[in-house]
Design a protein around this ligand. Structure first.
Ligand code: C5P
Length: 252
């Protein structure tokens, strides 16, 4: 069988040419990176979890009419998605202060924000994805005013959906990042949610204990990343039931 053509390899995913024009196979790796890939590790099983979780979120978004690239899951690590032309922005929505916002503005992590705040970063690894304003975006032509209106609307709809889904399982959606891409239908172009939505790209805190269930566990060495992601998947009912783990009994 002919080998599939690799289109792109990123930090956490590989994209292969899909079986039909306009499709791409998105493969989720086990690699975890943080601080613009200065910190790296392989977390066995992370790719499987993120493939399932991204499927879960994208499918749910599709059901409430939020357009996204997901077509179907192919296997444990791969999903078929629509080809898009990625807008070179990382769109961050924050409900509570954390991470770079806390650092930049001196606001304690966990402080509730007066309303969801949307930020834009320019997607460029070499520059460390710098924060940009809508002025930069318009002046450099990364997105038009119509695109920005659509991006804001998509980002806030994703926020409403994800916040609700998480709240229902006792998890606070602190913040998240999405990416959007252009698809062309004849002469028309529209924007859809692309890339992935997973605990790699969200901050998720247990509502009762404040325990972190996202990539900060890896960034800040807070424990086992796979356990944290498995807990999110378990609460959402995403992973197929597995046999209970029996710990060996110590005999004195
Ligand atoms: O680091 P910062 O606080 O700006 O991150 C905000 C949110 O965006 C976090 O949920 C983080 O996981 C996500 N993010 C991401 N990819 C990046 C930068 C941030 O998924 N390159």
């Amino acid at each position: 069988m002919a080998r599939r053509k690799k289109i792109y390899e990123g930090k956490a995913k590989i994209l292969y040419e899909g079986p039909e024009p306009g499709t791409i196979v998105q493969y989720f790796k086990d690699d975890a990176t943080a601080f613009n890939a200065e910190k790296k590790a392989v977390i066995e099983g992370k790719g499987v979890l993120n493939n399932r979780l991204s499927e879960f979120f994208m499918t749910g978004l599709g059901q409430i009419g939020v357009p996204n690239h997901f077509i179907k899951r192919l296997n444990m690590r791969e999903q078929l998605v629509r080809t898009v032309e990625i807008v070179p922005l990382e769109i961050i929505v924050r409900n509570y202060a954390a991470g770079t916002m806390s650092k930049r503005l001196g606001i304690d992590e966990g402080t509730q924000l007066p309303r969801p705040i949307v930020e834009y970063c320019y997607k460029d690894d070499a520059l460390g994805d710098p924060l940009v304003t809508e002025e930069h975006i318009a002046a450099f032509g990364w997105a038009s005013q119509q695109d920005m209106d659509d991006i804001l609307s998509l980002a806030l709809r994703v926020n409403d959906f994800l916040s609700g889904v998480m709240l229902a399982v006792g998890i606070r959606l602190v913040d998240f990042k999405i990416e959007v891409g252009r698809v062309f239908d004849g002469d028309f172009q529209r924007l859809i949610v692309a890339d992935e939505i997973s605990p790699d790209s969200c901050r998720l805190w247990d509502m009762e204990t404040g325990q972190k269930l996202d990539k900060d566990v890896f960034r800040r060495d807070l424990g086992d990343l796979k356990d944290a992601y498995t807990e999110v998947a378990r609460r959402l009912g995403v992973m197929p039931k597995t046999a209970p783990v029996t710990k060996p009994t110590l005999i004195n």
